[in-house]
Write a protein that binds this ligand. Structure first.
Ligand code: FES
Length: 109
């Protein structure tokens, strides 16, 4: 089963947008150099919101302890102790809408 998340045009370049959902935990959607990334709005380190962070040089930066997650690999840089990498949801753009299979959970890329 797939879930409609947000219109693609509502995710500006260089931004991270939080999408609240009734059936699943919130997701974060980022656009970097035109490409969309969908991931849990929960830092792998300590469950803080990644949408409250920012994008920098192709990485999501968590604003709490400043872990940096590579958008293309999920690899963590500058990690606090015990911080794992970030996983992403598979998604597609359908009729201008970003649609993801959230039930399958995020996966390592
Ligand atoms: S909560 Fe994100 S780096 Fe600690």
């Amino acid at each position: 089963m797939t879930t409609d998340l947000i219109a693609s045009t509502d995710v500006p370049e260089g931004e991270i947008v939080k999408v609240e959902l009734s059936d699943f935990p919130a997701v974060a959607i980022a656009r970097h150099e035109g490409k969309i990334y969908v991931f849990p709005d929960r830092c792998p380190h300590a469950d803080e919101s990644l949408a409250e962070g920012w994008l920098e040089e192709g990485r999501v930066v968590c604003g709490v302890h400043f872990a940096e997650f590579d958008l293309d690999s999920g690899e963590v840089h500058n990690p606090p102790a015990g911080c794992p990498s970030l996983s992403f949801y598979k998604f597609e753009e359908r009729d201008g809408m970003i649609v993801a299979d959230l039930a399958g959970g995020p996966e390592n890329v």
